[in-house]
Design a protein around this ligand. Structure first.
Ligand code: ADP
Length: 455
């Protein structure tokens, strides 16, 4: 089998153990075990002046090659264009996106620098798989340098309707660069339709035919085993004891404005207001570690949440019960798995999400004899596979409150009947199945036509 080259903004540190591994490392684990691989990208370090040649570490059959970013590139490529412009636009939030030409220039510069550093490491029969919105331009840059290998792209986040993406400065340049790929994967059929329409508008009708939906999966069996193991530990005992027999609802998200956290907390407040029978009977634990704390929008969100949680707790708490427990520190993944198993309700209400792995993890973590209920945003990619979830509009706190009431009063048979098909779905479409499906599409793809602009 030919070598697999993974290119992603972040490269995991092979010297760190699995517990800290990001979602992509988990999703690719199988593929990386089966064949020789090179994983290329940013080290995560920012330095005054970045070297042009990557540092390499080897572990097993995988070589990890990383570049540092200069402070300027970090500011413009990462904070500016990737997080400040692309992230909101791709999540349908054109209005809060921030554009600056210097950010775009930084984005182009880093994509080109990554391509220039990667190209000399490539072998003629490598299969190259580029991940996510940080690296939209990378394949086009590789083509300019004469690379003829198969190059695939997977977008982990949503792709918005054509009118939204076309409102973004430089959208045409990005769509044109996408044309350099042999296969383009997105999470859902909606994303695929949106991307195809945008490509056609952007003059890349041929590339539109290479777009397909590949919903990403988790290691469902592994996560289920982890949750079952962790269920019998001191941390989970402590949480269980502290609930004193009350039901637990759990939310687990990065503290991000796409996750619908203010609306979710308002929804829980509405539950207590409109359904007083649940007061003192249910506790909501929200784990939301601070993310991108150096971006102003994220700091404002944190202040808003601090205030909301304080207000609702002040309004409804009893001397022996507080409605919301809110943690903005990181919690170890294995502990979270145990907490998820303990929770009667998984509350996952992003305003927009490419897939949302937490929804799948919550389902995987459940006790098969006595599973909990997933309350899920209809705007999470996962909603297409999660038939047994209670689907809500995450912008509507009353809708969330009503779903919470249904979940809290749902009989055990119904919980089981709803959970079973979801569990079967996430086990069937797990991380390795996702990898295999995408790579089969890429490696079976006809070579992309020689782009005229690649002269
Ligand atoms: P996103 O990629 O936007 O953060 P996902 O739900 O798709 O959202 O993936 C998040 C991943 O990060 C999941 O695997 C989840 O378990 C993990 N995660 C989220 N929040 C936390 C947290 N508070 N502590 C540890 N891991 C977390």
């Amino acid at each position: 089998m030919s070598r697999l080259v993974i290119v992603a903004n972040r490269v995991p540190d092979p010297r760190e153990r699995g517990a800290t591994a990001g979602g992509l490392a988990v999703a690719l684990k199988d593929a990386l075990h089966r064949r020789e691989a090179l994983w290329f990208g940013w080290s995560g370090a920012t330095v005054a002046e970045a070297a042009a040649t990557p540092a390499e570490h080897r572990k097993g059959r995988v070589t990890y090659a990383t570049l540092d970013l200069s402070e300027e590139d970090y500011r413009h490529y990462y904070l500016g264009f990737s997080n400040g412009a692309l992230w909101p636009v791709l999540h349908y939030r054109l209005g809060i996106a921030r554009f600056a030409r210097e950010d775009w220039e930084g984005y182009r510069r880093v994509n080109a620098a990554f391509a220039a550093a990667l190209a000399p490491m490539l072998r003629p029969d490598d299969t190259i798989w580029v991940h996510d919105f940080h690296l939209f331009l990378l394949a086009a840059e590789l083509r300019k340098l004469g690379c003829r290998q198969k190059i695939g792209f997977f977008l982990h986040v949503p792709f918005p309707p054509r009118a939204v993406i076309m409102g973004m400065p430089k959208a045409e340049a990005i769509l044109q660069a996408l044309g350099a790929h042999d296969a383009i994967g997105v999470q859902t059929e909606d994303d695929a339709e949106n991307l195809r329409a945008a490509l056609v508008t952007g003059g890349e009708a041929e590339a539109a035919t290479r777009v397909g939906a590949f919903a990403i999966g988790i290691d469902a069996a592994g996560f289920a085993a982890l949750a079952a193991r962790r269920f019998r530990t001191k941390e989970v005992d402590q949480l269980r004891d502290s609930l004193a027999g009350r039901a637990l609802a759990i939310g687990v998200d990065r503290l991000d404005y796409t996750k619908g956290l203010p609306q979710r907390i308002a929804g829980f407040g509405k539950l207590l207001q409109r359904f007083p029978q649940h007061r003192s009977r249910v506790t909501f634990l929200q784990v939301a570690p601070v993310s991108r704390g150096d971006v102003a929008t994220y700091r404002a969100l944190r202040r808003e949440l601090d205030e909301m949680v304080g207000r609702i707790n002040g309004q409804y708490a009893e001397p022996d019960w507080g409605p919301i427990r809110y943690i903005t520190r990181a919690v170890a993944r294995p502990t979270l798995a145990g907490y998820m198993r303990l929770a009667r309700i998984g509350l996952v209400t992003p305003l927009r999400d490419g897939m949302n792995l937490v929804a799948k993890e919550y389902v995987a973590a459940q006790d098969p004899e006595d599973p909990g209920v997933l309350v899920l945003s209809r705007f999470a990619g996962a909603s297409g596979e999660m038939e047994g979830a209670l689907l809500v509009n995450p912008l509507d706190p009353d809708d969330i409150a009503e779903a919470l009431d249904v979940a809290l009063t749902m009989p055990a048979e119904e919980r089981l009947a709803r959970w079973k098909p979801m569990d079967a779905a996430i086990r069937a479409n797990n991380a390795s199945a996702w990898c295999r499906r995408f790579l089969a599409a890429l490696e079976g793809a006809e070579a992309a036509p020689e782009p005229a602009r690649a002269g």
